[in-house]
Design a protein around this ligand. Structure first.
Ligand code: ADP
Ligand code: ASP
Ligand code: MG
Length: 813
């Protein structure tokens, strides 16, 4: 015999049922085929709702009944030719009438017992299985229908009845002995007590029905036909990159299903495993896909077979010095849980025996608390142990694999991945067989955790970076352009999938879970919502995606003010905005500390010298133990442009104007000419060198005539430059007479920093500095005779964007 079970989606519509019949018709049968079916998808939920509403004496149950009726009658109409319909419709209607009177009765008394609920739920499977048997007959297949309540015997625990295997095996074998039909269709999920009352096997229990029949008949295979192509490495609804597992052992399948892989109902495996019957999970809608074969150990490619998660977990902790060294405490704890019928999902005990923690379903939390506190009432009164501590809103994620024990560092890899993504682990359990490592985490972190774990164990090939961009002006626009051009290369060569999840400018913001299309980001952004930084942050946090990076391409103080919130949520920050790093030292320090504490990156290479590797070079020197003695640098592309063009005969005012017109200065050129921008940059380099310095500590030898900055606006400032033309010409003349050129230089030496205009001779490395280039000389303990020099274009949207790009990649490398 072969046993095939078809799930709710597989029988959820006319087309799906036709698909099932097709599979059955083409099936290579060896002896009788037992076909176990679920209710049409969603029907059991609706039936439960009906019962509950009727029990609460709410009339709405009638409209739900009507929906159930319509769906089944429509299915009949879709499946059968008109000539056959009337008799079939009236038979279905007869069953639906029984259901209706049952619900009416419950409505009258205003109470829904577990017994009545099982009766109500049974209609889902009764109807679907009957329709399918009729359809098979109509197709000319020799089919019979059998009520499973005459085969599967249970106790009277309604809702979750326990199977009486002796009676069941006997009933099943004797029935099939005298059955000649090629295909026998059975309703899954339902059974009967010794008193012949309808019982059910627990939600998802049709799988179990099929396993019980397969075991009783010693079938050659049990096939579970569902809506996915097998048991996958993770729940595909939460982890889109999950892939089907071709082969898996019984034990692994059991662990995965116990820990939440809904594709197979956990009790299903035991009866068939005892008889070594293989289970094959197949996709009704992609019948040619291999699916998953569950049997005794096979070859393994990955050390981990799959990962899964259970939601709605509560942790119960019993703690107190009175427990240490005294035997019997845990026995009493578990006895109390047993008395309350609480299922224990996870256990951990510290080796000091000072506390013991168990994980249970949240629905069981209160009765567990009552039961345990009353068990230990005396000890609690004597203050030898504390009242039970209960924590909720938790979840369990579990990594499963028979092969884990043969690999080192599995838990390191697991907890490392969780840690790097700022996922806090509340409790851990690892069985000594090393088939399962479980971690208890906050329920809000489940999706993220499953994805990061999946990434480290199964996607060695690719990693995803999720980017949230604020600022789409010159630099932001270039960045998006570069990302778009480079996406394919990054994926192919580095296995990096960079996705822009959000874009924002001062007016609009736009989010897309699957990533914004970069070829028309402008239109997408325009179609977004009004920008609100607070909402933007909330959204980024609640999405809680792995490898999240916030990119600030603005010059806004408000945006710089929110970095700490991002870092505290483990979200990396990449910025070309200098405000945060040149703010008060304590703020700068706080951001760096937060990044370390929450395992996020805080990267700002473009704060100094645009895309030039200035800060990274400095960091590398310091990390490798070098000591910075002096930094000398030309750090303002704008001022360099100005002084390169201010040659004999030129007017200083005209040169500044030209620099502004070509976009080399800030809109207000005073920010550049005052030296403030350069002060910020040398401050950041000094801090990165280890100095504790504030803006006020930097000496500014301004080359501007006194008072020239204190004017009301930019035109007035230009007026000042004309009025003081002689002052600037004299500076130039003095330098020219010595054969030197003017450069605006920043200097850091032994903890002190200054900026100012300086004239340099032809031998000086600054002398030849062209256009808007920057140059930085690092004199250190190791580079003492000759400084280490970094030189190149230090301004411009293109090079700044490429520096930001490199920082984004650095967050995951
Ligand atoms: P059926 O109605 O056929 O019994 P279920 O809904 O009970 O189907 O189970 C199949 C569903 O289980 C899939 O659609 C999938 O969303 C979910 N699922 C959760 N975890 C896994 C996993 N590890 N592998 C495959 N499916 C999973
Ligand atoms: N119809 C039942 C349920 O939804 C049983 C099953 O589908 O396996 O729980
Ligand atoms: Mg199921």
């Amino acid at each position: 015999m072969q046993v095939l079970k078809f799930g709710g989606t597989s029988v959820g519509s006319t087309q799906a049922i036709e698909q099932v019949c097709q599979i059955v018709a083409n099936y290579k049968r060896k002896g009788t085929l037992a076909l176990v079916v679920s209710a049409m998808s969603g029907t059991t939920d609706k039936l439960i709702q009906c019962g509950q509403l009727a029990g609460l004496q709410q009339e709405q149950y009638k409209s739900l009944l009507q929906e159930i009726e319509d769906r089944h009658l429509d299915t009949i109409r879709g499946l059968f030719p008109i000539t056959m319909q009337s008799s079939l419709l009236s038979q279905v209607k007869k069953q639906l009438n029984q259901l209706e009177s049952l619900c009416d009765g419950i409505f009258q008394v205003g109470e829904l017992s577990a017994r009545s609920l099982d009766k109500i739920m049974s209609f889902g499977e009764l109807l679907s299985s009957w329709m399918i048997a009729e359809k098979l007959k109509q197709l000319g297949i020799s089919a019979a229908w059998k009520d499973s309540r005459e085969l599967i015997a249970t106790d009277a625990q309604f809702g979750h009845a326990l199977v009486d295997f002796d009676t069941t095996d006997h009933q099943v074998t004797s029935y099939f002995q005298h059955q000649n039909a090629a295909v026998v269709v059975l309703p899954g999920f339902i059974a009967a007590s010794a008193g012949k009352e309808t019982t059910t096997l627990g939600r998802g229990g049709s799988d179990y029905t099929a396993a019980i029949v397969a075991a009783a008949m010693d079938a050659s295979v049990l096939e579970i036909w569902t809506d996915v192509s097998g048991m996958m490495t993770a729940d595909p609804r939460l982890v889109p990159q999950a892939i089907p597992i071709p082969r898996i052992s019984y034990e692994e399948a059991m662990e995965l299903s116990h820990f939440g892989a809904k594709v197979i109902y956990p009790p299903t495996i035991q009866p068939v495993m005892n008889r070594r019957i293989p289970i094959w999970i197949k996709n009704t809608f992609a019948a040619d896909d291999y699916g998953t074969l569950i049997q005794d150990n096979g070859e393994k490619t990955f050390p981990v077979t799959g990962i899964s998660g259970i939601q709605k977990i509560a942790l119960l902790t019993l703690e107190g010095s009175g427990m240490v060294g005294i035997p019997g405490f845990s026995k009493r704890l578990f006895d109390a849980l047993l008395r309350e019928k609480v299922n224990v999902i996870l256990i951990t005990q510290s080796s000091s025996e000072h506390s013991i923690t168990v994980g249970v379903h949240e629905d069981d939390m209160l009765k567990a608390k009552v039961g345990i506190d009353s068990e230990f009432v005396q000890e609690i009164h004597d203050k030898r142990i504390e009242p039970l501590i209960v924590e909720k809103d938790l979840a369990i994620v579990a990594v499963v694999g028979d092969n884990m024990k043969n690999h080192h560092g599995m838990s390191g890899k697991l907890f490392g991945a969780l840690g790097r993504n700022a996922i806090n682990v509340r409790a851990i359990a690892q069985g000594s067989t090393e088939k399962n490592i479980s971690a208890v985490i906050s329920k809000n972190d489940v999706r993220k955790a499953l994805n990061v774990i999946h990434e480290v164990f199964f996607e060695t090939e690719t990693r995803q970076i999720n980017v949230f961009v604020a600022g789409t002006g010159n630099v932001g626009g270039k960045l998006l352009e570069q990302l778009q051009l480079q996406q394919a290369y990054l994926l192919k060569e580095l296995g990096l999938q960079v996705r822009i999840i959000a874009l924002a400018n001062s007016r609009k913001m736009r989010f897309s879970e699957s990533g914004i299309q970069l070829d028309n980001w402008k239109e997408e952004l325009e179609a977004g919502h009004e920008m609100d930084l607070e909402q933007f942050m909330q959204r980024v946090q609640s999405m809680n995606l792995r490898n999240s990076v916030f990119v600030d391409n603005t010059a806004s103080e408000t945006v710089a003010g929110v970095y700490s919130t991002f870092l505290q949520h483990g979200i990396s920050v990449v910025t070309c905005n200098k405000i945060a790093c040149s703010s008060e030292y304590n703020n700068y320090k706080k951001l760096k500390d937060l990044a370390r504490k929450f395992n996020a990156s805080f990267l700002f290479e473009t704060n100094v010298g645009a895309g030039l590797p200035v800060i990274n070079t400095l960091n590398d020197l310091i990390r490798s133990g070098d000591k910075v003695q002096t930094i000398e640098a030309v750090l303002s592309g704008s001022l360099n442009f100005v002084f390169n063009h201010f040659v004999n005969g030129a007017s200083f005012r005209e040169v500044v104007k030209a620099a502004q017109d070509e976009g080399y200065t800030e809109p207000d050129p005073r920010i550049d000419l005052s030296g403030k921008d350069v002060m910020r940059k040398i401050l950041i380099l000094a801090r990165e060198s280890g100095a504790v310095l504030e803006m006020d500590d930097i000496t500014n030898h301004s080359f501007l005539p006194a008072g020239s900055l204190d004017v009301k606006d930019v035109p007035a400032f230009y007026e000042q430059l004309s009025v003081h033309a002689d002052h600037f010409n004299n500076l130039l003349k003095a330098a020219a007479e010595k054969g030197e050129r003017l450069k605006f230089v920043a200097r850091y030496h032994n903890g002190e920093a200054s900026v100012g205009l300086q004239s340099v001779g032809p031998q000086h490395p600054f002398y030849q500095l062209e256009g808007k280039d920057n140059i930085v000389l690092f004199t250190t303990s190791r580079y003492s005779a000759q400084p280490l020099i970094v030189k190149g274009a230090g301004a411009g949207a293109d090079v700044t964007a490429s520096g930001i790009f490199a920082d984004i990649i650095r967050t995951v490398r």
